[in-house]
Design a protein around this ligand. Structure first.
Ligand SMILES: Cc1cc2nc3c(=O)[nH]c(=O)nc-3n(C[C@H](O)[C@H](O)[C@H](O)COP(=O)(O)OP(=O)(O)OC[C@H]3O[C@@H](n4cnc5c(N)ncnc54)[C@H](O)[C@@H]3O)c2cc1C
Length: 307
């Protein structure tokens, strides 16, 4: 792949030079502050630009990766080959009666606050989830008993051919940390959330309560990717890790959090390789001690660094 040639082709799709970058450092786009470079990094400003970029990648058989706010990703230190699309410029949120329509690059925390400002209840659970709307749809993000699927009524997506489709909730196949986005490779452009009229004082109280719980339990003072592992059936990942005596274990600059065993925090210039080695170590130890397989919730993508 000739990066300069691909860049100039992609610039024909975009409206300004700044929207396509070569060898962009992705560590500034991840919550762990780790990760290598993207060959091509694209920031579309319209749905059409997204659709055309996907169609271009498809036509030229270039790998395509979608980056949200990078709060559930470990990007290997060798970076990402092909094209990375970042939807951060698509961040509008609007309200139509009891319905909120939010573009994929908007932060789900902002959407939750927007709901509060319009006295709408149903998105309080999302007030501390640091991802984007696109990431929340892809992951079916949830917390404290609520999840995205509870309030999602539809989405506008781009399929792998670059066509823009409007889908209803039943077509989105939302399950535990799973969705049609992960199964069918859809790129989310916007989500429609159906909420209910509520009392703003009560909505705010609930958001404050959940924020307090989060601040009490989670090591928010350090870079991390949230809960590293999915909840194994019948167990809690954090408890298994704690009971394995793994809290405080450090590889390179990354440590199993002392505050919340399900989190791994970047305490001293850790790399993605440190994260991955620590994840494997925790998986092996828990398997040996309890016979339970811990599956990662965090997505690990990209290439190993050249030795
Ligand atoms: C401190 C902390 C606390 C957290 N707490 C929670 C929590 O309580 N509950 C919870 O569920 N998660 C939690 N997370 C994890 C994370 O915030 C969520 O998984 C979030 O939904 C990821 O969104 P993102 O935009 O950061 O996605 P990214 O991390 O950028 O990407 C995650 C996946 O989504 C895909 N994706 C992103 N945008 C799109 C799009 N527009 N279309 C299609 N696919 C897309 C990516 O390709 C990738 O596969 C936490 C993370 C941190 C760091």
């Amino acid at each position: 792949m000739d990066k300069q040639e691909v860049r100039s082709n992609l610039l024909n799709i975009m409206s300004n030079e700044e929207q396509v970058k070569i060898d962009e450092n992705l560590s500034t786009y991840t919550f762990t502050h780790t990760g290598g470079e993207a060959d091509l990094f694209v920031k579309p400003q319209t749905y059409e630009e997204v659709g055309k970029t996907v169609a271009y990648a498809n036509k030229h058989q270039l790998p395509l990766t979608i980056l949200g706010r990078g709060s559930n990703l470990i990007i290997r230190d060798g970076g990402i080959r092909g094209i990375v699309i970042h939807c951060g410029c698509l961040n509008q949120i609007k309200c139509e009666g009891e319905t909120l329509i939010a573009q994929s690059g908007a932060s789900i925390i902002d959407v939750s606050r927007f709901a509060l400002a319009h006295a709408l209840t149903g998105l309080e659970f999302a007030c501390g989830i640091p991802g984007s709307v696109g990431g929340a749809l892809y992951m079916n993000a949830g917390a404290y008993g609520g999840e995205t699927a509870d309030v999602l009524r539809g989405a506008v997506v781009v399929d792998t051919n670059g066509s823009i489709l409007k889908l209803e909730d039943h077509e989105l196949e939302m399950g535990y940390r799973h969705s049609a986005f992960s199964q069918k490779g859809y790129l989310a452009l916007e989500g429609t959330f159906v909420l209910k009229k509520g009392n703003p004082v009560e909505i705010k109280q609930e958001m404050d309560r959940l924020t307090e719980l989060r601040e009490l339990k989670q090591p928010l003072e350090y870079p991390s990717c949230g809960s590293v592992f999915k909840r194994p059936t019948g167990y809690f990942a954090g408890k298994l890790i704690q009971d394995s005596g793994l809290q405080g274990t450090r590889i390179g600059g990354v440590e199993v959090s002392m505050k919340h065993a399900g989190f791994m925090v970047n305490v001293d210039h850790g790399t993605a390789s440190d994260y991955i080695r620590l994840i494997r170590h925790v998986q092996e130890t828990v398997k040996k001690k309890f016979g339970v397989n811990l599956e990662t919730e965090v997505k690990i993508i990209g290439e190993e660094p050249n030795k």
